[in-house]
Design a protein around this ligand. Structure first.
Ligand SMILES: C[S@@+](CC[C@H](N)C(=O)[O-])C[C@H]1O[C@@H](n2cnc3c(N)ncnc32)[C@H](O)[C@@H]1O
Length: 360
């Protein structure tokens, strides 16, 4: 808690109330790694405290009836946040129902549930309005950001912390393997303009990345090389310093990951490194002291419990969407060994991790 408060001190006005309706300081600033880790502790500890003090049946019934994710989905699909965002003091239930096309009695149930989880706020005289904690509150620029989900998810998950957390000043060349719309590359080059980057992805995706590259200064655009290709069939560029794979291997079953890693190993030089930036599941066995992830202090669950819940959601999403999974450290290490690689470093970024591999 002290660490979180201390971090808020750096943004200026301290911690805003959960009822505040002005812009939240963290809408404008990037969340620091220290704050992210403090929140992981708090989420895990608060949930564990409740589970410790409440009777087990109470906790199980709460878990079994946790429908708020489906309420969020209905609210998002019906643009409730947009409708509320266009008002000053909120909107009464009837008007909101009329505008959204949701039957009022159903909408009331949905909104009450979401207000109880601080996504909206119920106000006495009007009805409901959005709060700064309403992640769906979209307007102007933010709508454009949300239209492409990867960058906004990356910002929520703090994946850009790797830009501060790696010695990029020593790096000359990077290949962003499966670069998507290039959001990582733009941030990297703005901070480390000496780097030259090959953006590698399927043809259609790379076309979108080319458009997005317009956000960079002309000089930096000349540091980009766009290489369309399929990492299962086509060669990657040779002897690049860093092959960066963010949110790539978790989409694929083991045999495909092995193919991707082996094809990078084929083109690596002795100085080349692979950075796998993904979600790493904690395993309670086989934690080597030299190669382990952050662990929560006793008596918390070692993996931070509810503080790491998004990892479990991701794990399920990968299973449902790709017949794949988030992997433990041991699982990634085994795959990489089979591809002729060895794990050299782990960087725990609070939610995601960056695993660095060199040739074995
Ligand atoms: C989950 S996205 C990650 C994008 C980006 N690395 C990021 O973190 O924002 C996976 C990317 O892999 C690319 N991809 C999928 N199959 C591919 C293939 N066979 N060869 C090259 N890229 C591929 C997709 O086009 C997509 O951009």
């Amino acid at each position: 808690m002290t660490e979180a408060l201390d971090e808020y001190g750096k943004y200026g006005d301290g911690v805003p109330s959960v009822y505040e309706t002005n812009t939240h300081p963290l809408d404008e600033h990037k969340m620091s790694l220290r704050l992210k880790k403090a929140i992981r502790n708090l989420e895990g500890a608060c949930d564990q405290l409740c589970a410790t003090l409440a009777p087990p049946l109470h906790t199980i019934v709460n878990r079994a009836q946790d429908y708020y994710w489906s309420c969020l989905r209905v609210a998002a699909q019906n643009k409730i946040a947009d409708l509320l965002d266009n008002t000053t003091g909120g909107m009464n239930l009837e008007s909101l129902a009329h505008e959204s096309g949701i039957e009022p009695s159903k909408l009331r149930i949905l909104m009450r549930t979401l207000a109880a989880r601080h996504c909206f706020q119920e106000v006495k005289d009007t009805g409901f309005h959005g709060t700064v904690y309403d992640w769906m509150k979209v307007n102007g620029d933010r709508r454009a950001v949300m239209s492409s989900s990867m960058p906004s998810m990356n910002s929520v998950m703090g994946t850009l912390s790797i830009i501060e957390g790696y010695p990029w000043e020593k790096i000359s060349t990077v290949c962003d393997v499966g670069c998507g719309n290039g959001s990582f590359v733009w941030s990297l080059l703005q901070k480390f303009p000496q780097i030259h980057v090959t953006l590698f992805d399927l043809h259609e995706t790379l076309e979108a990345a080319k458009q997005a590259a317009g956000c960079l200064a002309q000089e930096l655009q000349s540091h980009l090389h766009f290489q369309p290709g399929d990492f299962f069939k086509d060669s990657l560029p040779k002897s690049v310093d860093i092959y960066y794979l963010r949110n790539i291997i978790h989409n694929w079953p083991d045999k495909d990951v092995l193919t991707i890693l082996a094809s990078i190993k084929n083109v690596m030089g002795p100085q080349s490194r692979i950075l796998i930036h993904d979600y790493t599941m904690h395993s309670f066995q086989n934690q080597s002291p030299h190669h382990s992830l952050d662990q929560a202090p006793w008596p918390m669950l070692p993996d931070f419990g509810n503080g790491s819940m998004r990892l479990h959601y991701q794990d399920l999403t990968m299973l449902f969407m790709y017949n794949s999974k988030e992997r433990t450290l041991e699982e990634v290490k085994n795959l990489s060994q089979n591809a002729g690689l060895k794990l050299e470093q782990i960087r725990d970024l609070g939610e995601t991790t960056v695993l660095e591999f060199g040739p074995a």
